[in-house]
Design a protein. Structure first.
Length: 286
């Protein structure tokens, strides 16, 4: 899969949303749909959210239940199901990733707009190789050097999205703590600060820093990311990583609260130009 090309995760979400609309248009409950394919109501829910893979037979049976007889329409949806089951390029890294993260990598690679707030460290898409290695070693205590190398390699592959021909818009707000907390030695931190200044000048990247001097702000709940997709059928998704799992929120009322928090963070943080000045100041101190 080339950078920016919609992956299997997004295809599952597209197919799931279309199956949901067809079911609702016929007034069929999830329980009834589940019964028709020998599955539970919760399985139908996961299918409609794009959280599980699709069996071709199940899709065909559901289309029959929903009264879809047009051969062209059926073929298009069945083909989408087959494409959705193709493993993404990141599949080869699954042995060093937590179980919930491959889904995020797929969503990130298909997004047209990525908005994020980060507290603990510089966002992965903006990390240098040396800084990323220090972060990964800290997070994977006891891991072999080969596993650390593989995780860093994945992070560098993800960064190619930002410089691809159809690169997404990337709006990132870093808490000042992320810049002052050292990962690696002084040389690593200096290189990271210089990299942030350089990347912040790209037309598709908007980098801001929330300074300590501002005090309390709307990002008090911690780091999060909001993803938007070019497909009009897909709603925005909020990603929140936790210690042993992750949350993917797509209910409009949930997404709206996080989008409001991002809006306030952008308004309250110095703009991109002032942020570069702040970064240059930190560089002189390092």
């Amino acid at each position: 899969m080339s950078a920016g090309e919609p992956g299997s995760v997004v295809r599952r979400m597209l197919l799931g949303s279309q199956l949901r609309r067809l079911r609702e248009a016929r007034g069929i409950t999830r329980e009834q749909a589940g019964y028709s394919i020998r599955a539970s109501e919760s399985k139908i829910s996961r299918m409609e959210l794009g959280r599980v893979s699709f069996k071709t037979r199940d899709v065909e049976d559901l289309l029959t239940l929903y009264g879809i007889t047009d051969e062209a329409e059926r073929t298009a949806l069945v083909n989408l199901a087959r494409e959705a089951n193709v493993a993404g390029w990141w599949h080869s890294y699954s042995d060093v990733l937590p179980s919930w993260f491959p889904t995020y990598v797929g969503l990130e690679g298909a997004a047209s707009l990525i908005r994020t707030y980060e507290v603990q460290f510089v966002h992965g898409l903006l990390q240098t190789e040396a800084y990323a290695r220090a972060v990964v070693r800290r997070g994977m205590k006891g891991a072999s050097e080969a596993d650390v190398d593989k995780r860093v390699e994945l992070r560098l592959e993800r960064q190619k999205y930002l410089v691809a021909e159809n690169a997404p818009e990337f709006h990132v707000i870093l808490d000042e703590a992320a810049l002052r907390r050292p990962y690696g030695d002084r040389a690593v931190m200096r290189e990271q600060l210089q990299h942030l200044i350089h990347m912040s000048e790209r037309p598709n990247i908007r980098l801001q820093v929330m300074p300590f001097s501002f005090g309390g702000h709307s990002g008090e709940s911690g780091a999060f990311t909001v993803l938007r997709f070019p497909e009009s059928d897909l709603s925005d998704v909020v990603f929140i990583e936790q210690l042993t799992s992750a949350l993917y929120l797509d209910k409009p009322e949930d997404v709206a609260q996080y989008e409001q928090a991002l809006k306030e963070l952008q308004q309250d943080s110095p703009g991109p130009s002032e942020t570069r000045d702040l970064l240059r100041g930190l560089l002189q101190l390092s």
